[in-house]
Design a protein around this ligand. Structure first.
Ligand code: NDP
Length: 508
């Protein structure tokens, strides 16, 4: 056992299977390891490599828990409230450990991982508050018959999560699913299994009935695929790449399985000539380089009006050059490493493409070497100016610290450029002319548009995409509705044995 420098947690972390409240090894004892992305000589996590049989057991446990209404889980909203509030409390009590686990597995600077944990607690609390407020509707017809519309949990839900914000991504699915009365199987991303396990472990310190939350780490193509294919799973809530999401949606459609998809983005950030340069530049930096740009809502395209272009870019470049890239453990670090060798390669390929295409590299562009960087996946924050929006740099999700800058002449061109991508997750607008900012916000086809801010994600709001950025919404009340069915219960109020409508079939 070693302690990673700067962290107080003992390594390696673990992630067993959790089925029916019991922790266990995978069939045949198979395991996989996750390296520390900031120092690849170190093993961060050793996780159980779930097999087909293992994930089927996890699905069976969820199915049985739901079908038997274990602990009266479906109807006892007070129990669900209690579990969710207690989870929030436990997250807060263990915040330092959780932040270190996230920081370690993702490579996220501790300064970003710490508020990330606090957000996860807020999410549990928010849905704890809603668990007992799932009112239905009632309507009386003129003949006295009554329609009752009741909300019911969808059933067994497969939660398939990505690696970039492992606690909040899991919390955004898990908390509303439980508030609704569902049971779940969580399939965590293979780069961040321990973060999900730590959360599940805390949940099992609450009064949650066994079998309500099950955890199945293992390869997406085995464990994730079985959750999608299984007839015993009623819904999939997936966050990840658009390609994986399309495949999941196609397979789920065969069983008419409910699907929510939170997929990729290519967020435009529109800056008009009359924008507050300082505020807009700072907000841009936050959106561009938070978690090294590995965020679905990352600011990836700066669309800047011609008159302000150079002034705005100069300020953004100046702020970018001041960013401290380094070990995630250091409290002063602004940007850490990328999550993996393959992500590093993807980012470097985009940089090479930008250079080969002749776009203007205004800052960054290199893998960092020496000075403690050699054993981690560190790439400089990088900005290209003069990017053609129709090019690969303007169109494809990079998921790294590489940003494309493009000029526009007027409002119409800004909206056209903003919308000229397959994605529609988030966008930003900066203009001191509020009616214009609002007009543009309405015309951009995205699930969230920020005016005078960037990457604000209040739990009371929503998160989700237009176009190929997804289907459904997370957070807020909409995020809860995604885990519920509405049932109509119709009760006759006439007392007639021969109702007028029966006459269509029965003569007397
Ligand atoms: P992936 O699509 O590669 O993986 C996401 C999850 O799906 C992982 O748990 C993965 O398992 C699993 N998986 C992989 N293949 C399958 C399969 N065939 N069937 C079922 N499950 C499968 O995405 P990343 O983890 O690389 O995450 C990054 C992506 O997530 C980016 O595109 C980003 O935009 C998107 N994202 C979207 C957000 C949103 O809210 N819209 C938020 C955050 C990220 P394994 O890890 O074992 O491969």
């Amino acid at each position: 056992m070693t302690t990673s420098e700067g962290y107080s947690i003992k390594l390696p972390l673990s992630c067993p299977l959790v089925i029916n409240g019991e922790e266990g090894a995978a069939t045949g004892g198979k395991q996989f390891t996750r390296e520390n992305p900031a120092d690849t000589r170190q093993v961060a996590t050793v996780a159980a490599q779930g097999s087909l049989e293992d994930v089927q057991s996890a699905i069976d446990a969820s199915r049985t828990a739901f079908d038997s209404n274990t602990g009266n889980w479906i109807y006892n909203y007070k129990l669900r409230e209690q579990v969710l509030f207690r989870t929030a409390q436990l997250i807060r009590e263990n915040a330092q450990r959780l932040a270190q686990v996230v920081s370690l597995e993702v490579g996220m600077p501790i300064r970003q991982a710490t508020p990330h944990v606090a957000v996860a607690a807020d999410i549990f609390e928010f849905y704890g508050g809603l668990a007992g407020k799932l009112y239905g509707e009632s309507f009386t017809l003129p003949n006295g018959s009554m329609i009752n519309l009741v909300k019911e949990p969808i059933g067994v839900v497969g939660l398939i999560t990505p690696w970039n914000f492992p606690l909040t991504q899991t919390a955004r699915k898990l908390a509303p699913a439980l508030a609704a009365g569902c049971t779940v199987v969580i399939k965590p991303a293979s780069y961040t299994p321990a973060a999900a396990y730590e959360l599940v472990k805390l949940m099992h310190q609450t009064a949650i009935p066994k079998g309500v939350v099950n955890l199945a780490p293992g390869p997406g193509v085995v464990v994730g695929a079985e959750i999608v294919n299984s007839k015993k799973v009623d819904k999939i809530s997936f966050t990840g790449e658009t390609g994986t999401g399309k495949d999941i949606a196609a397979r789920a459609a065969r069983e008419v399985k409910r699907v929510s998809l939170e997929l990729g983005g290519k967020a435009p950030y529109v800056i008009f000539d009359d924008a507050d340069v300082e505020a807009a530049a700072r907000a841009a930096i936050f959106g561009m380089f938070r978690n090294a740009g590995q965020a679905c809502g990352a600011t990836t395209r700066l669309l800047v009006q011609e008159g302000i272009h150079q002034r705005f870019l100069n300020r953004v470049v100046e702020l970018t050059r001041k960013l401290e890239v380094g070990a995630p453990t250091r409290p002063s670090t602004d940007m850490g490493p990328l999550v993996s060798r393959s992500q590093e390669r993807v980012v470097q390929d985009f940089i090479k493409y930008g250079l080969d295409t002749g776009f203007d590299l205004v800052t960054g562009g290199h893998k960092l070497r020496g000075n403690g960087f050699d054993n981690g996946y560190y790439v400089e924050p990088t900005i290209f100016d003069g990017v053609d929006n129709a090019s690969k740099l303007g169109q494809e999700e990079i998921f790294g610290p590489v940003v494309a800058v493009t000029s526009f002449k007027d409002e119409n061109e800004a909206v056209e450029l903003a919308n000229a991508v397959d994605f529609g997750l988030v966008a930003g607008v900066w203009s001191s002319n509020y009616p214009r900012a609002m007009r543009v916000a309405r015309r951009i086809r995205a699930g969230t548009v920020w005016i005078w801010d960037n990457y604000a994600q209040p739990v009371e709001g929503i998160w989700g995409g237009y176009k190929q950025s997804g289907i459904g919404r997370e957070l807020g009340y909409y995020g809860l509705e995604d885990f519920m069915e509405v049932k109509q219960i119709f009760t006759d109020g006439t007392g007639l044995a021969m109702k007028p409508s029966y006459g269509q079939v029965i003569k007397e």
